[in-house]
Design a protein around this ligand. Structure first.
Ligand code: GRF
Length: 198
């Protein structure tokens, strides 16, 4: 069985899209794959509650509990890796997981950790992508699924989705348009990876 572990921090709409697609397309039969766990670093994450309601195995690892450690990021990532590795994952899926990851953590999951970023990489790495794309006068925007490497929002591109930026768009309007495409692209990109892993 190929275990997929999904990491979230917020709303979890991409997580939900992945779980629903896995169900609908029968990833268990097709790829011998299942969503083994959903892990959040924020107790208030709406996605965590949604995952629980969908009957998934969930885990909460609050990064604030590590603030007093001499190296909080290293300590949190070590604890996170322990939680993840209990499921011996074939794939670790970052779905709105708002954490900068330590190099050791990234190396540990090299080649089996993917992220979705709400811009057409390599443009607009980092935060606030939609406001920045509008301010720059971009005519198109979108999202990118990529393998995670040590440099933030870099790494081999697996798929991209493009949407128009419409005159007068607010960041919220553009974000909603992009997110709708993320929900189609991310499950598709993951299925493509599972297919070659078979
Ligand atoms: C998405 O825009 C994703 O691209 C970015 O964070 C957002 C997560 O949204 N990395 P959700 O939690 O999946 O609803």
């Amino acid at each position: 069985m190929k275990n997929i572990v999904i990491l979230i921090s917020g709303g979890g709409s991409n997580m939900r899209a992945i779980v629903e697609t896995a169900e609908r397309e029968g990833w268990a039969k097709q790829f011998d794959a299942r969503i083994a766990a959903v892990v959040s670093n924020r107790p208030e994450s709406a996605g965590l509650a949604a995952a629980r309601e969908m009957g998934l195995h969930t885990e909460l690892l609050d990064h604030r509990a590590f603030a007093k450690e001499p190296e909080p990021r290293v300590a949190f990532d070590a604890a996170l890796a322990e939680v993840i590795d209990r499921h011996a994952p074939a794939l670790v899926v970052l779905a709105g997981f708002m954490r900068i990851l330590t190099p050791g953590f990234v190396r540990h999951y090299a080649g089996r950790m993917v992220n979705i970023h709400p811009s057409l990489l390599p443009a607009f790495t980092g935060l606030d992508t939609h406001r920045r794309a509008i301010a720059a006068g971009c005519r198109v925007a979108g999202a990118t699924v990529h393998l995670v490497t040590e440099e933030l929002d870099h790494g081999p591109i697996l798929d991209q989705a493009v949407v128009p930026v419409l005159p007068g768009d607010t960041p919220e309007q553009l974000s909603a348009r992009v997110l709708a495409q993320e929900h189609r692209m991310y499950p598709r990109a993951i299925a493509a990876l599972l297919r070659v892993q078979r």
